[in-house]
Design a binder for this molecule. Structure first.
Ligand SMILES: [Zn+2]
Ligand SMILES: [Zn+2]
Length: 136
């Protein structure tokens, strides 16, 4: 394959993956993005999807959220926190007005510098709350 054709294919893959995730507020894992992208590019591999997701992270178009052992990809790159539903495991964005007041009371030792933090709220989302009440 000619270099330009190869480049075009790579650009198309990246663009398709970006299209799949850019408006996705569900914080999908690489597997979930793969399922989406495969509908448009049936021959794409999970590895290619994963590499392109990392590329988008490097370009600062996505941020990675670690939940348990899995990486979730988030197109909202501005600083924000998350609400995680303990029933359905869905992840929602939570915006906090000021991050300034969140500081550890004590760091493990002198000389440590805090550069960021991640705060998550756990609970029950609206649809899980209503399902619970109707089934009772
Ligand atoms: Zn839920
Ligand atoms: Zn988020």
């Amino acid at each position: 394959m000619a270099a330009t054709q190869k480049l075009a294919r790579h650009t198309k893959q990246l663009a398709t993956i970006w299209q799949a995730v850019k408006d996705d507020k569900s914080h999908p894992t690489a597997d979930q993005v793969y399922d989406q992208v495969r509908r448009k590019l049936p021959n794409i591999s999970l590895g290619t999807v994963y590499r392109n997701l990392q590329k988008l992270v490097a370009l600062k178009k996505l941020q990675v959220l670690m939940l348990g052992r899995s990486q979730h990809f988030d197109p909202l790159v501005q600083r924000h926190q998350h609400f995680i539903c303990e029933v359905c495991d869905r992840v929602f964005d939570v915006l906090i007005e000021s991050q300034r007041d969140i500081r550890p009371a004590k760091l493990p030792e002198e000389g440590f510098t805090v550069t960021s933090h991640h705060l998550a709220f756990y609970g029950t989302c609206k649809s899980c709350s209503s399902e619970e009440s109707t089934s009772l």
